[in-house]
Design a protein around this ligand. Structure first.
Ligand code: UD1
Length: 421
């Protein structure tokens, strides 16, 4: 049990440094397996998902040192090609190890990660792309086994721009002879970051950030040194927390160019925003404005990972808002928890209607997923009285020091941990 206790209605003020990006560092760590050598990564966030990825890499035979935010991965010698089921259960994105592992070892085994609380989340696109690349993939009783001899670069096509499947295909393509052209790619910043990292390693990639990415392996890879960019979702969460509490904050190390859709939505809520290189400043309005219609989209649209946080934020707005979730079918579970705080939210299929006029009041609520948990913390910061958010281990998967950071901004917040029975 890992609870966070909050006394709400205190506006947040001050300056905060944005943590490194979870979704950028995880594929980069997986990609370190492609190289029989040493990868150095700076600005690594100290979060649970990164710890889980460290354990996976170690299990495969890599040695990892991780001090503060500096990580070194020595993948010179791998001893195993199976990702244990325990880690697959802990972190769904362990699937992205499949591509680089089969490229490096000629074989890889993982397990079907199954559904999770935000939707079904199948891995069929990942499997299809590997097969189209000439890698044999067998699926049996939830086990996925990939085997490859020599395989050749070819043209791959994605039916939907899946972030993880694009990353897996890019990494698997490094093992191919010649050039691979991937059509229909996701354009998320984390893919751009992965390709920047691969270039540091000496792998030629072109087109990252567009729908078509070309990958070509070069002879003699180099030891890469990579600095993780700021986390656009963590930054958006803190800005939303300031907006919800009527505060004023400045974030440094924020990946401003990657956050345009979130900044636009905050502006639509009436917040004043200014940004300059990697700094962003927000001042909340007297009263937040409703957003008539906000929908999640693939990048550069409004990110699904900000959806729950905006669901919480818009409960404080002057007027009714509608949010449509287009990416994950089951991502409105947080609405039920927000209702416990007094929110008036109706969910019908992929749309949530947030009715204005109810003042949120502290209560005990339960985090059911990472971003949903963060949304409940945002709601708790704005609600009257005391809120307890239970099961914040979900939040710790992606936020490095959420209690300390919010305390620094003036929030009355503390952790109430009890050992797991
Ligand atoms: C990544 C992010 C996650 C973010 C999501 C969408 C990481 C570690 N996670 O997740 O935070 O919310 O992008 O921006 O970077 N799908 C299939 N079959 C597949 C793969 C995906 O049907 O094989 C579906 C999913 O169920 C979902 C949609 O495609 O409905 C998008 O998923 P995808 O872009 O793959 O998300 P992830 O890479 O899992």
């Amino acid at each position: 049990m890992n609870d966070i206790q909050i006394l709400g209605e205190i506006p947040l003020y001050g300056e905060l440094c944005t943590q490194g990006s979870k979704n950028a560092v995880l594929p980069v760590m997986a990609a370190s397996l492609l190289h029989k050598g040493i990868t150095v990564i700076e600005n690594v966030p100290r979060i649970q998902d990164v710890s889980c990825m460290v354990k996976i890499l170690e299990k495969l035979g890599a040695s990892v040192t991780w001090q503060d935010h500096h990580m070194e991965i020595d993948a010179s010698c791998l001893v195993c090609s199976e990702i244990p089921l325990d880690y697959v259960r802990q972190m769904r994105s362990s699937i992205m190890v499949l591509g680089p592992l089969v490229a490096r070892m000629g074989q890889a085994v993982t397990y079907y990660p199954g559904g999770c609380s935000i939707g079904k989340r199948p891995v069929d696109y990942h499997v299809k792309l590997l097969r189209d690349l000439g890698i044999a993939v067998e699926e049996c009783d939830g086990r996925i086994e990939a085997k490859a001899g020599r395989y050749h670069g070819t043209e791959l096509f994605l039916d939907f721009p899946s972030v993880g499947a694009t990353e897996n295909a890019v990494m698997a393509a490094v093992g191919a002879e010649g050039e691979t052209v991937i059509h229909g790619c996701a354009r998320e910043p984390e893919i751009v970051e992965l390709c920047l990292f691969l270039r540091e390693m000496g792998i030629e990639t072109k087109g990252a950030g567009t729908n078509t990415i070309r990958v070509r392996r070069q002879e003699g890879l180099k030891d890469p040194h990579y600095h993780v960019c700021g986390d656009r979702i963590a930054a958006g969460t803190y800005l939303a927390a300031a907006a919800a509490t009527g505060g004023e904050i400045c974030l440094t190390d924020a990946p401003v160019s990657y956050m345009q859709a979130t900044l636009k939505a905050l502006t639509a809520c009436g917040c004043r925003l200014e940004s300059e290189s990697n700094r962003v400043w927000l001042r909340a309005p007297e009263r937040l404005k409703a957003i008539e219609f906000l929908e999640t989209e693939v990048y550069p649209g409004f990110p699904t990972d900000m959806q729950s946080v905006f669901l919480a934020l818009l409960c404080m707005a002057d007027g009714d808002s509608v949010i449509r979730e287009n990416i994950f079918e089951g991502r409105f579970e947080t609405a039920g928890e927000l209702r416990r705080l007094g929110a008036d939210i109706e969910v019908e299929g992929r749309e949530a209607r947030i009715h204005a006029g109810r003042r949120l009041k502290g209560a005990s609520v339960t985090a059911r997923d990472l971003r949903g948990g963060a949304a409940l913390i945002v709601a708790g910061l704005a609600a009257q009285g005391e809120t307890v958010v239970r099961h914040c281990e979900h939040v710790d998967r992606g936020y490095e020091r959420i209690v300390e950071d919010l305390s620094r901004l003036g929030a009355r917040i503390k952790r109430r941990s009890e050992p797991v029975l």
